[in-house]
Design a protein. Structure first.
Length: 97
């Protein structure tokens, strides 16, 4: 039976491949759909209508319109770090009460 961490890794891999399809990479539209489905709160809270375009630009290091698994994982890692930072600040503030 896989551990929680192994299950999380498997979920990230399968999620990427579900949106990437057989081509093995995400286009800007694939990324937009992935973000909309998997991170709806993130996009809903964005004030910048070009947020996905900017994320795509950051992730598409080769400038070929393709985002591979490694770049997509960098996005997920960055979002996770940001959420953890928020969580830690929130928990510290809660502890002061």
């Amino acid at each position: 039976m896989p551990s929680q961490m192994e299950h999380a890794m498997e979920t990230m891999m399968f999620t990427f491949h579900r949106f990437a399809g057989d081509k093995g990479y995400l286009t800007k539209e694939d990324l937009r759909v992935l973000m909309d489905k998997e991170f709806p709160g993130f996009l809903e809270n964005q004030k910048d209508p070009l947020a996905v375009d900017k994320i795509m630009k950051d992730l598409d290091q080769c400038r070929d319109g393709k985002v591979g698994f490694q770049s997509c994982f960098s996005l997920i890692a960055g979002l996770t770090i940001t959420c953890n930072d928020y969580f830690e600040i929130h928990m510290k503030q809660k502890g002061k009460k």
